[in-house]
Design a protein around this ligand. Structure first.
Ligand code: ACO
Length: 429
C-alpha cells in the first residue's frame, strides 16, 4: 500500500506521509504541514486529531474493543488484579511473581500520608467536593515529597509512581473520613490494595468493617476497567500539562480536575442522580428519553454515548455483569438497577439513539456497583480517579520517554477584529 496521500492547495500538490499503527489504523502525518504549506488544520474537540503515537492502550470504537498492552480488558477483568494491571500499564509487561511482590512492598511502604497534611484535609469546608480536595492534595504532595538529589532519576520516578498509586488511595479515604467527622483509619500492610481501601473507608472503632471478598472482587474489576483509555480528556490534560515539564504531581492534579467534569469522570455520579430523578418522578424513563431527544433541551442521557465507541462500550457489558453479581451476592435489591435496565432497553431500541450510535458507556452501571459497596455519591468521581491513575502515569512516562517529545501548543484560526488604534478613555463614546 502506498504510504502517502497528496494534498492540493491552490493548484500546488504536496505529499503527506501516511502512518499505519500495529492494528492497521491510519493517520495523515501532518507534522511538517505548516512548514511546507503555511497551513494548519482545524479540528475543534480533536475528534480527528492524534496527538501522539502510543503503545499502551488499543481501542476500536466501531467494534467495541479495548486492550491494555495487547491484553483484552475482558481477560484482565476476569483474571488480573488492579495492582497487577497497574504494573502492566506502567511497565509494559505483566510482572513475574517476584516483581509483583516487590511492587506490592513499594505500594505498602508509600501508603502513609505525611501527618502534617492532615491539617489541610481538616480545613477544607465540610461541603467541599472530594475531587477538588483530591486535586489540591495531589498537587501539595510535591511540597511534602520533594526530589532527593542523591537518588537516581529512575529510582525517583519509581518512588513517585508508588507514592501516587498508594497515597491517592489513602488520601481519598482520609478525606471521606474527615468529611464525616470520623477518626482516620491507617493503611495496613496485611491487606490487599482494594481491601485496604475499603477498610480505610469504612472501618470504625464502634463498627468494625468486615472486608467482603465479593466487594473486593467488584472493586478490582471496577478499577481495572477504569485503568486507562488512551487519549481521553483527562489523559490528554496530563500529557499537555506534563509537556511543559512540570512535576508529575502537578500533571496528575490537572488530570483529576479534567476528570471531575460531568461529561467525563463525573458521569458516574450524574447517572445515579438521573436514575434517582426518574425514580422520584414515578419510575418511567420515557419522559427522560424524550427530553434527551429534544434538540431544544440541553438534557442528555447520562451514561450514554462516547466520543470513540459507536457501539456498546465493552466496559459497560462487564460492569453490568459485575453489577448483577455483586447485588445478588450481597442480597441487595436496588430499585435504580431496575430503572437502569428499563432505560437501557428503551434507549437502545429508540431510533434517535440508534441513529446517533448512542449506547451505554462504562458509567451507566458503575454507579450502582459503587452504591452497593457503600461509596457515597460525591466520592464516585474519586473512585474513577484512583482507577485512572495507572493510565495517567503510564501515558506521562511514555510521553517523557518519547524522542519526538514536544511542548503541546495547539494553534488557532483567529476570527477577531483586525488591527485598530487605541482610543484614550475620555475620547470613547
Ligand atoms: N444523550 C442524548 N444525546 C446525545 C448524548 C446523550 N447522552 N450523547 C450525544 N448525544 C447526541 C448529541 O446531542 C449530538 O446530536 P446531534 O448530532 O443531533 O446534534 C450527537 O449525539 C453527537 O454528540 P457530541 O456531543 O458531538 O458527541 P461527543 O462525541 O462530543 O460526545 C459525550 C461524547 C460527551 C460522552 C456525550 O455522548 C455525552 O455527553 N454523554 C453523556 C455524558 C456521559 O455519559 N459521559 C461519560 C463518557 S465516558 C467517560 O468519560 C468515562
Amino acid at each position: 500500500m502506498e504510504k502517502k496521500a497528496t494534498l492540493t492547495v491552490n493548484g500546488k500538490t504536496y505529499d503527506i506521509p501516511l502512518l499505519i499503527g500495529t492494528e492497521g489504523e491510519m493517520a495523515l502525518d501532518i507534522s511538517t504541514l505548516r512548514q511546507k504549506t503555511g497551513l494548519i488544520t482545524l479540528d475543534p474537540g480533536y475528534a480527528n486529531t492524534g496527538s501522539c503515537t502510543s503503545s499502551i492502550t488499543f481501542m476500536d470504537g466501531e467494534k467495541g474493543i479495548l486492550r491494555y498492552r495487547g491484553y483484552p480488558v475482558e481477560q484482565l477483568a476476569e483474571y488480573s488484579s488492579f495492582r497487577e494491571t497497574a504494573y502492566l500499564l506502567i511497565n509494559g509487561e505483566l510482572p513475574s511473581a517476584k516483581e509483583l511482590e516487590r511492587f506490592s512492598l513499594m505500594l505498602n511502604d508509600h501508603s502513609l500520608v505525611h501527618e502534617d497534611m492532615r491539617s489541610f484535609f481538616e480545613n477544607f469546608p465540610r461541603r467541599a467536593h472530594p475531587m477538588g480536595i483530591l486535586s489540591s492534595m495531589v498537587n501539595a504532595l510535591r511540597a511534602f515529597y520533594p526530589e532527593i538529589p542523591e537518588r537516581s532519576e529512575e529510582e525517583e520516578i519509581n518512588i513517585t509512581f508508588a507514592r501516587l498509586l498508594s497515597k491517592v488511595r489513602t488520601m481519598a479515604a482520609v478525606s471521606y473520613k474527615i468529611s464525616r467527622g470520623h477518626k482516620v483509619v491507617y493503611p495496613r500492610h496485611d491487606l490487599s490494595y482494594c481491601a485496604n481501601f475499603l477498610k480505610m473507608m469504612f472501618d470504625s472503632p464502634v463498627k468494625p468493617y468486615h472486608v467482603h471478598d465479593d466487594i473486593v472482587d467488584a472493586l478490582n474489576v471496577f478499577w481495572i476497567l477504569h485503568a486507562d483509555h488512551e487519549q481521553n480528556c483527562s489523559t490528554a490534560a496530563v500529557r499537555l500539562v506534563g509537556s511543559a515539564r512540570v512535576n508529575l504531581y502537578a500533571a496528575i492534579s490537572a488530570g483529576i480536575c479534567a476528570l471531575w467534569g460531568p461529561l467525563h469522570g463525573g458521569a458516574n455520579q450524574a447517572v445515579v442522580e438521573m436514575l434517582q430523578d426518574i425514580q422520584d418522578s414515578g419510575g418511567d424513563p420515557a419522559p427522560f428519553i424524550a427530553r434527551a431527544r429534544d434538540k431544544n433541551d440541553p438534557f442528555r442521557l447520562m451514561g450514554f454515548g462516547h466520543r470513540v465507541y459507536k457501539t456498546y462500550d465493552p466496559r459497560a457489558r462487564i460492569m453490568e455483569k459485575v453489577c448483577n453479581r455483586v447485588l445478588k451476592k450481597l442480597k441487595i435489591h436496588d430499585p435504580l438497577l431496575d430503572i437502569a435496565k428499563r432505560l437501557e432497553e428503551m434507549a437502545v431500541n429508540d431510533p434517535y439513539f440508534i441513529d446517533h450510535h448512542l449506547y451505554p458507556n462504562v458509567d451507566f452501571y458503575s454507579g450502582i456497583v459503587l452504591r452497593a459497596m457503600g461509596i457515597p455519591l460525591n466520592m464516585f468521581p474519586v473512585m474513577f480517579a484512583i482507577g485512572r491513575l495507572p493510565g495517567w502515569i503510564s501515558q506521562w512516562k511514555e510521553s517523557m520517554e518519547d524522542p519526538k517529545w514536544k511542548l503541546h501548543r495547539p494553534r488557532q484560526i483567529y476570527t477577531g477584529l483586525q488591527k485598530r488604534d487605541y482610543i484614550p478613555v475620555d475620547q470613547r463614546g
